[in-house]
Design a protein around this ligand. Structure first.
Ligand code: UDP
Length: 381
């Protein structure tokens, strides 16, 4: 079969590779001038530092198959993400851990004491937290919530945390130990040369042709048997039913010599600091030496028609529109919607790769059975 992969990010590359390895003919297009989607990395010309061009991406997973998969294409270096947060004039350790709790409350509690203390702070009237705010109030109580989560989330999402789903906060652990690893997965690391060479290696197959700076044109369908769409779901339909809401990011780059903040990611919890975090990129590659340093101040805002979509918002309004787009999509044939934008979900890189591998398996199964390839393997709703 002849496949057209729209988007050269993780989904398009992994599914394209699997189809190519099975002997199919694969064309991968991307409207941007690089592969790897939003995990694209590039050398900063002035400093020589490897930059996460669209913001920090740290690979972490519990999925052995996915970890084996990425290591097949590029060497990974050990890397553990340790995030700090500046709030109310002090620097704290994130995710909320025993150090954060003791420092914040000026105490010297042991794990059990801290657990009991936070329980006493928690809002016990909330039985099953549904919103971000309820989840935080149950987990850490009002004081920590207001210092670390409320202002940050308002800046990040542009709405009240009482309107956000609890799932957003569930990404972050709360620990009653001094473990300040941001993630709790067994495998964590950084591709030695960045994500872009990793994705380029996945796409490096004799049955794959990659065309960059090539926007999708519906006329391309004629030359292909199946389209794998990893662009925005609403974009496929020309935004006919309206635009699904996304947050986009603006980065304010600055450089200096030496070291500026002493860590890779510093979050800013205060509402009156306009940015959410500052990333010092050289800390993502601690095995490299650089005299200069490059940093990005990160600002979040509503995504306009010409902006790059980052985070799907998925509030009530978006969900209703999403349901209508899903209905439209299910009436299509010859196309599959995949990945963060194609299914309008907040996906980590490892989950994106896991789903892409499953999608490729489903394609093989359908082709063997002579049935149509699925429009969605993962339900966006
Ligand atoms: N969050 C927060 N304060 C922080 C860090 C995160 O309130 O200091 C919230 C915020 O709403 C964010 C979510 O937790 O969107 C998930 O955080 P994560 O660090 O996973 O976000 P990402 O790196 O994917 O932007």
């Amino acid at each position: 079969m002849k496949f057209l992969m729209v988007g050269a990010g993780l989904s398009g590359a992994v599914i394209g590779r699997a189809m190519a390895e099975a002997g199919h003919d694969v064309t991968v297009i991307d409207s941007r001038d690089h592969v790897a989607g939003n995990c694209h990395t590039a050398r900063d010309q002035e400093t020589g530092v490897l930059v996460h061009v669209y913001g920090p991406h740290i690979f972490h997973t519990d999925d052995e198959e996915v970890w084996g998969y990425v290591n097949r294409f590029t060497p990974f270096k050990p890397y553990e993400n340790r995030v700090k947060s500046t709030t109310r004039g002090q620097v704290f350790s994130l995710p909320v851990n025993l150090h954060t709790i003791n420092q914040f409350f000026g105490m010297t509690m042991r794990p059990d004491e801290a657990r009991a203390f936070l329980k006493s702070q928690a809002d016990t009237s909330i039985r099953s937290p549904e919103t971000f705010e309820e989840q935080a109030l149950c987990l850490v109580g009002r004081d920590l919530y207001e210092a670390f989560f409320k202002g940050y989330a308002e800046k990040q999402w542009g709405c009240a945390p009482s309107a956000l789903p609890a799932s957003v906060l569930k990404r972050l652990p709360v620990r009653f130990t001094y473990d300040d690893n941001y993630f709790f997965h067994r495998f964590q690391g950084m591709p030695e040369d960045g994500y872009t060479p990793m994705v380029a290696a996945i796409l490096d197959h004799p049955n794959i042709t990659v065309s960059l700076s090539t926007p999708y044109d519906p006329a391309m369908r004629r030359a292909h048997d199946h389209v794998v769409w990893s662009g925005p779901l609403d974009g496929y339909f020309g935004y006919d039913l309206g635009r699904l809401g996304y947050r986009t990011l603006d980065f304010e780059r600055f450089t200096t010599t030496g070291d500026w903040q002493g860590c890779a990611v510093m979050n800013y919890g205060d509402r009156d600091v306009p940015f959410t975090r500052i990333t010092e990129h050289k800390y993502f590659a601690p095995w490299e030496q650089h005299e200069k340093t490059v940093l990005y101040r990160e600002y979040s805002r509503a995504c306009g028609p010409d902006d790059i979509p980052y985070y799907p918002i998925r509030l009530v309004e978006e969900k209703a529109m999403l349901a209508d787009y899903v209905d439209l999509a299910k009436r299509e044939s010859g196309v599959s919607f995949v990945g963060r934008l194609g299914t309008y979900r907040y996906l980590d890189m490892d989950v994106t790769i896991r789903e892409a591998l499953e999608t490729a398996r489903a394609f093989h199964g359908a082709m063997a059975a002579g049935t149509p390839l699925p429009v969605f393997l993962q339900d966006p709703l």
